[in-house]
Design a protein around this ligand. Structure first.
Ligand SMILES: Cc1cc2nc3c(=O)[nH]c(=O)nc-3n(C[C@H](O)[C@H](O)[C@H](O)COP(=O)(O)OP(=O)(O)OC[C@H]3O[C@@H](n4cnc5c(N)ncnc54)[C@H](O)[C@@H]3O)c2cc1C
Length: 361
């Protein structure tokens, strides 16, 4: 008897990678992605040296990706700047480009991609047009957004949740000079902000911030960016030319540190649906790709029935990187407490490599 076709909901990095792995196993999955045009997920766009290897294994070389090369991390805390060499060559890339390339790769290998919004109702996947799809293997790769009918636990976000905000500024010679070949993390009380150049020379400013900190800026994301620029001349330089009412993307209630420890048979949670690492680690995409590979390995051995074993095993794999990244991020939101560790980090050769390895999947 032939197996029902696996369904993948979400065509971001986790969903597209799962499709590629299934296709390599000789199975043609259906991918349901709600956006007809690849979106530009709110993300810092940092692709680590390890994620680059994962992408290469999926058939996307660094040359094809074509991002902005990143070799160093610059940490800004108050008036101090600490430069730390990264353990390997990294890249910054817009999610529009990364997601388009990954989904195109899955498609050219034979994935059947349907553009619709899925929900889960009585054990079936319901599409926006009312059509019902059945499968014994559902791969949930909806990222930050929960699949209606199968959400992650709400309490995971805590009482003063972290929000993600992103502002993009067009290419300028000044920013190109300020941000060339490195990624920056600016620490401030209640959050941190990453700044990096993308493949087209535009600059991505992406922050994770406590809801209470945004509320202190009147609840207005643009006002928060302006306040941060007032408090730091480094940020003022980088944000120069920011329009008075810039377009700021936002995502709420990010459950950093949460991981799915169990699952029902037939339900594989991938990417941000499997676990959410503090964004400062720049490892979310790596986790998305690793979860897809691991889930398909389990699926090949035991079909949909292997989902609970996959979820438990992947949760164990996530424990150390999530804990390490959570600790570093908590320190980062308290710049005064971070001063000594930052000074030690930049003065100790090899320390950055150890920390980087601790936060990789
Ligand atoms: C502020 C911030 C900065 C970050 N910076 C970085 C970074 O620099 N580097 C890094 O590696 N990671 C970073 N991350 C993490 C990274 O963005 C995520 O971990 C990664 O996008 C997870 O991939 P995914 O495939 O699980 O989900 P997503 O990338 O969110 O993709 C989910 C896909 O599912 C689709 N979808 C959702 N719901 C439905 C539905 N019901 N039906 C059909 N389709 C649906 C969406 O349209 C989307 O295409 C950051 C996160 C935040 C919040």
């Amino acid at each position: 008897m032939s197996r029902p076709v696996p369904l993948i909901v979400g065509g971001g990095p986790a969903g597209a990678a799962a499709a590629i792995h299934l296709l390599r196993s000789g199975v043609q999955p259906i991918v349901i992605e709600r956006r007809a045009e690849p979106g530009d997920a709110l993300c810092g766009g940092f692709i680590s040296w390890k994620t680059l290897e994962q992408l290469e294994a999926l058939g996307l070389s660094g040359r094809v990706l074509g991002g902005h090369e990143v070799t160093t991390l610059h940490l800004f805390s108050g008036r101090s700047v600490y430069a730390v060499a990264l353990p390997g060559r990294a890249m910054a890339l817009s999610r529009r480009r990364l997601d388009s390339l990954l989904l195109a790769r899955a498609r050219e290998m034979g994935a059947f991609v349907r553009h619709d919004t899925a929900a889960y109702v009585d054990g079936l996947v319901r599409l926006g047009n009312g059509e019902l799809l059945a499968s014994d293997s559902l791969f949930i790769a909806t990222g930050k957004h929960d699949l209606h009918g199968l959400p992650r636990p709400r309490e995971a976000a805590g009482s003063d949740p972290l929000l993600g905000l992103r502002l993009r500024l067009p290419p300028s010679p000044e920013r190109a000079a300020l941000l060339a070949n490195h990624i920056e993390i600016h620490l401030f009380p209640g959050g941190y902000l990453g700044a990096v150049l993308q493949e087209d020379g535009s600059a991505n400013f992406c922050m994770a911030v406590r809801k209470s900190r945004l509320a202190a800026a009147g609840g207005q994301p643009a006002a928060l960016f302006a306040e941060l620029a007032q408090d730091s001349h480094f940020l003022a330089e980088r944000l120069a030319g920011m329009p008075a009412s810039p377009c700021v993307d936002a995502v709420g209630h990010i459950p950093y540190g949460w991981r799915a420890r169990s699952s029902a048979p037939g339900i594989f949670r991938l990417g941000d649906q499997a676990g959410v690492i503090a964004s400062l680690a720049g490892e979310g995409i790596g986790i998305a790709l690793a979860s897809a590979e691991s889930a398909v390995q389990f699926w090949r051995r035991g079909g949909g029935a292997a989902a609970p074993d996959f979820q438990r095993a992947f949760a164990r794999k996530l424990r150390r990187p999530l804990a390490a990244a959570g600790l570093i991020a908590a320190l980062g939101r308290h710049p005064v407490a971070a001063t000594l560790p930052l000074a030690l980090l930049s003065a100790t050769p090899g320390a950055a490599g150890i920390i980087a390895r601790m936060t990789r999947i």
